[in-house]
Design a protein around this ligand. Structure first.
Ligand SMILES: O=P(O)(O)OC[C@H]1O[C@H](OP(=O)(O)OP(=O)(O)O)[C@H](O)[C@@H]1O
Ligand SMILES: Nc1ncnc2[nH]cnc12
Length: 192
């Protein structure tokens, strides 16, 4: 898709101005970053997705091998960005869902997150071996969710080109949990 490039710093500022922070939600001691106010500014939301796209653009746009085949979105807030990102990239969209929500043959991985433990699932035929994948979510905290998602994609033979989040809580060192060699990118960073 040929669009003019976006200035990352403008988007960082826009996102930071709109995110709301709630102490002690959903549990005491958790500082909760609410991304939903972003959706009240459609142009900013569009810029967020375009910034994700810009990161993935090959330097040589004629090289078809560089294209992303699949955007994987994580249940549930990753679904707010994934389909739009997939549309911009002309890629397919695949959901990774919390356990018990997807029908058919599935792969499953259990994981821990900042405030609980759960399992994630992907449909067995949703990614073909060798397909180039980007995984998107709203936020990375401990990295438990994203690292479980990486494991599922890799079990299906997907090649993860990047894990993308709007927010990263850098003090929780989530990126260190990702499988070796998997790149990650976040638009805004907070320590906790
Ligand atoms: O890095 P982690 O410690 O794993 O935490 C990050 C995950 O937690 C949140 O989702 P949550 O599980 O709360 O579900 P939701 O999107 O349905 O609210 C967030 O949207 C990420 O998916
Ligand atoms: N601190 C936090 N704020 C918003 N979503 C989260 N998911 C995990 N930790 C979170």
């Amino acid at each position: 898709m040929s669009e003019t490039s976006v200035n990352p710093q403008d988007i960082v500022t826009g996102v930071k101005n709109r995110i709301r922070v709630y102490p002690d939600f959903p549990k005491k001691g958790i500082l909760f970053y609410d991304i939903f106010p972003l959706f009240q500014t459609p142009s900013l939301l569009n810029d967020v997705v375009r910034l994700f796209v810009q990161r993935l653009q090959p330097s040589d746009t004629s090289n078809e091998q560089q294209a992303i085949d699949v955007v994987v979105g994580l249940d549930s807030r990753g679904f707010l960005f994934g389909p739009s990102l997939a549309n911009h990239l002309d890629a397919s969209f695949v959901p990774i869902r919390k356990k018990g929500k997807l029908p058919g043959e599935k792969y499953s991985v259990s994981y821990s997150l900042e405030y609980g433990v759960d399992a994630l699932e992907i449909q067995a035929d949703s990614i073909k071996s060798g397909q180039r994948v980007v995984i998107v979510d709203d936020l990375m905290a401990t990295g438990g969710t994203m690292s479980a998602a990486c494991k599922l994609v890799q079990q299906l033979g997907g090649i993860i080109k990047e894990c993308q989040c709007v927010i990263e809580l850098t003090g929780l060192k989530g990126v260190e949990k990702l499988p070796d060699g998997v790149p990650s990118y976040s638009i805004v960073q907070y320590e906790f």
